[in-house]
Ligand binder design. Structure first.
Ligand code: ATP
Ligand code: MG
Length: 286
């Protein structure tokens, strides 16, 4: 197997600087101009950060919390929360040696599931070896995101679960039990928790990232609209139109809201409805 770095492409590793860029960090104001919005998302972030920070600071390597399982419909902010959590931890541990104190590794669940027999187990082992040794530097802390895991960790009573999924599961759970929680924390996401093996729920703290409630949605819509270069007159119009669409049930996720705002924006440039394709219904929950 060599030196454990043939499987993880460099573009799968996000540094604190990469994440700062994503969230629109402004040096002038020392703030994130595109920070996550919505009270419930912010509260969730602060809970996850408190738990992870506590374990990173603990002398023991065998903390009880191996990671978080974030589940909910598509486009509700699961992946974004994982990224924002990593940035939060990177900021909190910035005083530690090296400016890249916490990085995020993203493992695409579908890709692991597609691997040939035996290869996916090897990949899983390789990922955990990286977590143990540091992904891009010695002794580096990390958040390891297993994104969209439903195809990997299938429930045993799922008809599609093949024998080799069980073998992946056992390799994975053994590695999870051995995880050094003072250095790494895992995040698993899925929009099909019904397909996911119950063992996941036993070992990870599970959080639902559902369709935002009305108050959260309004806060997010407002922040999305206001981060666009739109004149003040149009701002309010688009904001209200989006909130109306949410009230009509046409918007069920943050991604739906973004699409709706985009179409309003284009219409306001054109002075009429855009000819761009627009599905008549919001994306549905599978
Ligand atoms: N709290 C938030 N405030 C504002 N925008 C957000 C927030 N959370 C997510 N977004 C934006 O919403 C979009 C969807 O988020 P994300 O990709 O994280 O969803 P997801 O739950 O991972 O979706 P999927 O299940 O399809 O993978 C992204 O463009 C992201 O930037
Ligand atoms: Mg996602």
């Amino acid at each position: 197997m060599g030196q454990h770095h043939h499987h993880i492409a460099a573009n799968r590793i996000l540094s604190a600087d990469d994440l700062r860029k994503q969230f629109g960090y402004s040096q002038d104001t020392n703030t994130l101009l595109q920070d996550i919005a919505g009270e419930s998302h912010k509260k969730l972030l602060s809970e996850l950060a408190a738990i992870a920070q506590h374990q990173f600071l603990s002398p023991g390597k065998k903390g009880l919390v191996k990671g978080f399982f974030l589940f909910g419909p598509p486009g509700t902010g699961k992946t974004t929360l994982a990224r924002r959590l990593t940035l939060e931890l990177a900021e909190r541990f910035a005083h530690e040696a090296g400016s890249q104190s916490v990085v995020m590794a993203t493992i695409d669940g579908a890709e692991i599931a597609r691997s040939r027999y035996g290869e996916s187990e090897e990949r899983i082992l390789d990922i955990f070896a990286h977590a143990r040794n540091g992904f891009t530097a010695q002794n580096q802390r990390s958040v390891v995101l297993f994104d969209d895991i439903e195809s990997v960790f299938m429930s045993r009573d799922n008809q599609n679960a093949k024998e080799w999924h069980f073998s992946q599961d056992s390799v994975f759970f053994h590695a999870v039990d051995e995880l050094d929680t003072s250095r790494s924390i895992l995040i698993l996401t899925s929009n099909r928790p019904d397909l996911v093996d119950a063992a996941i729920l036993d070992r990870f703290l599970a959080y639902e990232v559902g369709t935002p409630d009305a108050e959260t949605m309004c806060q997010i819509i407002s922040s999305l609209v206001r981060s666009q270069a739109i004149g003040e007159a149009d701002l309010e119009k688009i904001e209200n139109a989006t909130i109306d669409a949410y009230a009509r049930g046409e918007i069920r996720s943050i991604r739906d809201a973004q699409k709706f705002i985009l179409s309003c924006y284009v219409a306001s440039i054109l002075g009429q409805e855009s000819r761009a394709y627009r599905p008549s219904r919001a994306s549905t929950v599978p």
